[in-house]
Design a protein around this ligand. Sequence first.
Ligand SMILES: *Cc1c(COP(=O)(O)O)cnc(C)c1O
Length: 461
Amino acid sequence: MNYISTRGTIKPIGFKDAVMMGLATDGGLVLPEWIPALDPVTLQSWKELSYQELAFNVISLFADDIPAADLKELIDRSYATFTHPEVTPVVTKDGVHILELFHGPTLAFKDVALQFLGNLFEYLLAERNERMNIVGATSGDTGSAAIYGVRGKERITIFILHPDGKTSPVQALQMTTVLDPNVHNIAVRGTFDDCQNIVKSLFNDLPFKEKHSLGAVNSINWARVLAQVVYYFYAYFRVVDSFGQKVVFSVPTGNFGDIFAGYVAKRMGLPIGQLLLATNENNILSRFVNTGDYSLGDVVQTVSPSMDIQLASNFERYVYYLFGEDPARVREAFASLPQKGRIDFSAAEMARVREEFISRSVNEEETIVTIADFHRETGYILDPHTAVGVKAARELVTEGTPAICLATAHPAKFADAVVRAVGFEPPRPASLEGIEKLPSRCQVLDASREQITAFIEEKAP
Ligand SMILES: *Cc1c(COP(=O)(O)O)cnc(C)c1O
């Protein structure tokens, strides 16, 4: 399987090189040259597979330059850190199917991809006898999942910038209580945007990037999307008895990474009727699906902070298919986006979008009310991101079509919103018990590129 760029100007590369490249060097996003479509008989035969077996069947189609035994071992090790034997179980409450993606070490769905990516990086670096310094910015969930993905790995050092005092207390502790010598947390006196801008400027400094072999872990890496395709298959088989029945997946969306994985599963032949794109007040993608208006606005803060995004980095991957796999058009649209602030789509394209997606934006009050109502009706506590998807599914999915809602975080990670809704703190899973008392390590620095560069220079091996 070869990989290309959505902007069409890199020469095709294999899976391993695509993982190491991260963002395509022409500024586009990496995609497989074609998406394998599986026949119903093959798919049906996957019904009884364990999560790990299913992951191998899906991932090996796209990662054909890694020997089968090695890939199996990578997958087994990546999901051994999950506390549920099924890895991503489905529970059904009041007719709503909830795909629990939060049983990994940091209690959010990002662990599914980052446990795998950490092990994959380690494997590829050993093969090349290289090392890597990962530098990333986080508003909360990605940072801890990335840290847990690479902690203790010999060839990798990780630097994660978060805005000091602006993540939830639990999110900060999940990062700063990891004391492995290869992990460096930097609390920046500033905002998430300050962190992000500093990281971007480091990656744009090519001599610095080369000298320190900088690597990225944001959701533009194809391996992250690929690892997430697996749970769409797994959930489908848990919910549907006779193969072929169409389901709707409701996906709380920020960067369009998770829902794009669902789109790949659909193209592979999984009977997904539509994908429900659920957003909070940062609703550019809902506006796009419902009215064709894709114009950038300002980010507003909500109770589902991991979805507080305007410019969804993975959207370009979908646009590539929407534009009939024409990289020249993608190049043109995304090159002019920063000045124009918008992308225009034709009526035919919008008709196709509405065949594939339905969408609803859910505001803060609706989110809190949904957590409260769902708890009263079923006894089950939703986290605020999951609640956005559940509310959208209850509004939009018609009777008779199974709706599978992706539960992207454990409610204990966002206790404030849950307390507002139900009046008490959600019970904490074992990994959070007593976390306030653990020793922690974190460097506080100004939002200054000079200070942060000096810190990385000092700590990078
Ligand atoms: C990252 C995140 C999302 C959004 O996922 P995308 O792939 O960016 O669309 C939703 N919920 C939670 C809890 C997250 O951490």
